[in-house]
Design a protein around this ligand. Structure first.
Ligand code: UT7
Length: 325
């Protein structure tokens, strides 16, 4: 029996020009390059310029993804943009990307699941495409976390950065087996009981300010590996695949130690793990498509490869997606 599959046509990414190194941070707060590298694997992050907004980063990533896919912006009828750092409280940043791309048809909206945003956006777009509500989608993760950091809090300011990444998904016909190209399965979870462990202490309804990111890092770390691996096992079971079948593991890039521990627990070999956290830190919803774009550009991810995505973040939210490139 044939089914509709959301097939990746291309991907792209964008990082702002300005690079902020660990050494520069060590001159501002009580930290060191050694601590940051040892505890997180991060060496540098990119910071958006004054007047450079999330929509600008998202538009550049979207343009790169469209070029990589070889399709025209006018063929896009759905834009799902994952972000926790929108340009404005409203309208949705996705609509500003839509306008910048010159698209006046279809629908564009934002999705908010913090660091899990890209996996949630892939799942959402996949459901729209499989339901026949759209034919070709741009799925974007874009963030300017530098704007919500407390630059005096060494426990958080060294971890995050700005960036954007995007993929183009198209509804195509598949056979309903795990050999199909496209999104094979997605699994999303959330549990709001963990709010206080990772949140922003402001917002339109509470303080009428944007607020700053607050995190109990150790607490988040404690939950991360179990939640990530649990939802990945669900994805394997639902698709009839296993860790052995995975060609590339492209996790949310928050911390090298979390990524290594998750891969080890799942018995995924280190050489199958795409790791870019050293170059851009935790860019929240942008980190997975940034890593994807890197591994596609350097030739690692090829058509037909089985790619495993996962993320975990504020809420808590967490999720996994398995797709054949
Ligand atoms: O995107 C999803 C959401 N976020 C995450 O996935 C982040 C999850 N958490 C983590 O990645 C880690 O917990 C951190 C990288 C945030 C921290 O690593 P850790 O090994 O859990 O360190 P810790 O919080 O237990 O702190 C160890 C020590 C503390 O000092 P004492 O109490 O042992 O004297 C901290 O005060 O390191 C200190 N510390 C720092 N030292 C130098 C905390 N931040 C820094 C810093 N530089 N930037």
């Amino acid at each position: 029996m044939t089914v509709v599959r959301s097939v990746v046509l291309g991907c792209g990414a964008y990082l702002p020009e300005r690079v902020l190194t660990n050494a520069e941070l060590a001159a501002k707060v009580d930290t060191s390059d050694e601590w940051i590298v040892q505890r997180t694997g991060i060496r540098e992050r990119h910071i958006a310029a004054e007047g450079e907004y999330t929509s600008h980063l998202a538009t550049k990533a979207a343009e790169a993804a469209l070029a990589n896919a070889g399709v025209d912006a006018q063929s896009i009828d759905l834009i799902v943009l994952a972000t926790s750092t929108p340009d404005h409280t409203f309208p949705a940043t996705a609509t500003q990307v839509q306008a910048a791309l010159g698209i006046h048809h279809g629908v564009a909206f934002d999705l908010q699941a913090v660091c899990s945003g890209f996996v949630f956006a892939v799942a959402t777009a996949d459901n729209f495409l499989r339901a026949g509500s759209a034919k070709r989608a741009l799925v974007i993760g874009a963030e300017t976390f530098s704007r919500i950091l407390d630059w005096n809090d060494r426990g958080t300011c060294v971890l995050f950065g700005d960036g954007a990444g995007a993929i183009v998904l198209e509804a195509q016909t598949g056979w309903g087996t795990s050999a199909d190209r496209g999104v094979l399965t997605t699994h999303l979870r959330s549990d709001g009981a963990h709010k206080h462990k990772l949140y922003v202490d402001g917002g339109p309804s509470t303080t009428q300010t944007t607020g700053h990111l607050r995190m109990e890092g150790r607490e988040v770390f404690k939950h991360a590996v179990g939640m990530i691996t649990g939802v990945i096992v669900d994805a394997f079971n639902a698709s009839g695949t296993s860790a052995d079948n995975v060609d590339w593991f492209v996790p949310h890039q928050a911390n090298k130690r979390i990524i290594d521990a998750s891969a080890q627990k799942l018995h995924i070999a280190p050489q199958k793990v795409v790791m870019t956290v050293d170059r851009h830190g935790n860019t929240s919803a942008a980190s997975i498509p940034l890593a994807l774009a890197t591994a596609v550009a350097d030739g690692r991810i090829q058509k037909g490869h089985l790619v495993l995505l996962e993320a975990m973040g504020g809420g808590f939210t967490w999720g996994a997606a398995l797709l054949r490139w």
